[in-house]
Design a protein around this ligand. Structure first.
Ligand code: ADP
Ligand code: MG
Length: 585
């Protein structure tokens, strides 16, 4: 068949146009996309060969080959995968059949418009998270040439396009089955002066390591070295002309740690992994390595780090797990997987069910992503509960590093309107007046006397301040336990909880202590009598103090102090008032 020229489908044209003129600057992902396509194609031929050995034509050493040519300014990516017939090339490369590509294009357009109108668009980052497929090659290419031969067929096909609206297609020869894609690099993408020189072997090597290290098939490339020849003893021969030595190297490690059997992995391997891949300095506090096959299949390798990063609660901290699909890296910080209160978790999720959705739908809408996230969240919470029960010391270590995240989580449940409170309330710890130790709410109510109806707490910057509060005296004398809320978040957390197992929280600096024992009842009655008798005196004092106080009362809560300030029953507590005041400054 003679050479033909075809117009791209309108939508394809649009995508190409956006791709070429894209404001999107993360060009390098084109390599990931092409390697991932090559790997998919090898998967396909491998799968077919299981029932039809002949299809391999004797070549079963699956591989992907990178061939940069600095002189010709080209980069060729070859595979011995399934290849494409002429019809398949037209079908797969010339049209956009994928629904998700449309969604992606809309995002790209939006980002483009935003950048033109000078807005600072966050969509730019969003786009980087999608698999944009074959067309991403046009981000760096002046021209793309595909030479492909379908396994089992004789005729090969050559496809070529400069991305300007049409492509040519013709018959050609190809000895090996599979596909070779040659990119004629645009002027910014070759040469030593370019920061994005895609003919530089070291650059390519680092990109493969970054994005495609866990691709199942070897990604190989020739490295050329100029060396002084050596004599028989291995010593360089002086004065001899340098010779070229070519070394074929495999760039990717291929076997992802998380795909190995758990029982075959040593602790140190996990440790190394989190150090290499997630910049951890210390051995993680706990590693979660799970594999699930159900409605959604996935493998997760997650860790609670040893230490909280200094900026964990600042806006510049980016939470999220890495996403892989069939061991191909898709996305770095996916924050839609785990709830925000687990923002400290590090690690990755690899799922074959994600690929379809991440490249074809908006990520946030992915049902699979949510299903996996829910399952992982459950696992992590269970593990934390277990730790708290069985390894209290370890749990307290965890709490000291990351407890704040859970407390903020409780507070934020107000907005999220979720069942977060139920998930987290039993994991909370607070400093207590008993032995100066951390206690859980469950422990607190389990040991409170029957007469005690409320969970008492006090807020201040430090323990000493609380212990000097006049109100503390009464409670201490009665042997009642008080939670010390020393972190401003503590009180927000308690305020959001309102109650635990039907027991309300009660600030000792707010209103009546509401003690229910006989002695207290008596004192209460006495106090009321005194209040009645001294009504006029109270009125006088209140008048004298004016706006400074809301009310003046006779109190039963004081022992050795003459007066104390208390917060209004319904109003904010004293320390919350302070926090608000600080926030408004
Ligand atoms: P996706 O990989 O998500 O399907 P792409 O745009 O990356 O989308 O690729 C489009 C299609 O082109 C693929 O589905 C496949 O059918 C075909 N294709 C791309 N690269 C290759 C290749 N190296 N070998 C065989 N087929 C390929
Ligand atoms: Mg692809």
């Amino acid at each position: 068949m003679a050479k033909e020229t075809h117009e791209f489908q309108a939508e394809t044209k649009q995508l190409l146009d956006l791709m070429i003129h894209s404001i999107y600057t993360n060009h390098e992902i084109f390599l990931r996309e092409l390697i991932s396509n090559a790997s998919d194609a090898i998967d396909k031929v491998h799968f077919e060969s299981l029932t039809n050995r002949d299809i391999l034509e004797g070549d079963d050493s699956f591989e992907i080959f990178l061939e940069p040519d600095a002189e010709a300014h080209t980069l060729t990516i070859s595979d011995n995968g399934i290849g494409m017939s002429r019809e398949e090339v037209i079908e797969n490369i010339g049209t956009i059949a994928k629904s998700g590509t449309k969604a992606f294009m809309e995002q790209l357009k939006k980002a483009k418009e935003a950048s033109e109108s000078g807005e600072n668009s966050t969509d730019k980052e969003l786009i980087g998270q999608f698999g944009v497929g074959f067309y991403s090659a046009f981000m760096v290419a002046d021209k793309v040439t595909i030479v492909t031969r379908k396994a089992g067929e004789k005729q090969a096909t050559r496809w070529e396009s400069t991305g300007d609206g049409s492509y040519s297609i013709e018959e050609c020869e190809k000895e090996k089955r599979g596909t070779s894609i040659t990119i004629s690099l645009g002027k910014d993408f070759f040469g030593d002066a370019s920061e994005e020189n895609y003919t530089d072997t070291y650059k390519l090597e680092s990109l493969v390591k970054k994005y495609s290290d866990y691709v199942r098939y070897p990604v190989k490339m020739n490295f050329t070295f100029e060396e002084t020849p050596k004599d028989e003893d291995g010593k360089p021969i002086e004065g001899a002309d340098k010779v070229k030595r070519v070394e074929l190297r495999t760039l990717n490690s291929m076997q992802p740690l998380w795909t190995k059997n758990k029982s075959d992995i040593k602790d140190e391997e996990y440790e190394e992994f989190f150090k290499n891949q997630f910049h951890e300095w210390e051995k993680p506090m706990e590693v979660f390595h799970t594999h699930a096959e159900g409605s959604v299949e996935y493998t997760a390798l997650l860790a609670i780090p040893a230490k909280a990063p200094f900026n964990l609660y600042h806006t510049d901290y980016e939470p999220g797990v890495q996403l892989y699909s069939r061991h191909v890296f898709i996305m770095d910080k996916c924050k839609d997987m785990l709830p925000d209160y687990l923002r400290f978790m590090k690690g990755l999720v690899d799922s074959p069910d994600l690929s379809l959705n991440i490249s074809r739908e908006l990520l946030q809408q992915s049902r699979e992503l949510k299903t996996i996230g829910k399952a992982l969240e459950k696992n992590i919470l269970k593990a934390l509960a277990r730790k708290m029960k069985n390894k209290r010391e370890d749990y307290e270590k965890f709490w000291n590093e990351f407890g704040k995240s859970l407390k903020i989580g409780v507070y934020n449940s107000m907005y999220a309107g979720s069942d977060t409170i139920d998930k987290l309330k039993d994991l909370l710890l607070f400093m207590s007046s008993k032995e100066g130790k951390l206690v859980s709410l469950k422990e607190y109510i389990e040991r409170m006397p029957e007469s005690q109806k409320k969970i008492y707490y006090a807020t201040a910057k430090d323990k000493e301040t609380i212990e000097q509060l006049p109100q503390m005296e009464t409670l201490r004398d009665k042997g009642l336990e008080v939670l010390y809320l020393l972190d401003p978040v503590d009180e927000f957390c308690i305020e959001t909880l309102r109650e635990y197992e039907g027991k309300q929280f009660h600030s000792i600096s707010r209103g009546d202590l509401d003690l229910d024992d006989a002695e207290s009842q008596e004192v209460k009655k006495e106090t009321e009598d005194i209040q009645k008798k001294n009504d006029d005196l109270m009125k006088d004092i209140k008048e004298a103090l004016g706006d400074k106080v809301a009310d003046v009362k006779v109190s039963a809560r004081l022992k050795s102090s003459a007066v104390c300030l208390v917060a209004d029953e319904a109003g904010p507590s004293l320390s919350m008032e302070q926090t608000f005041a600080e926030m408004n400054n």
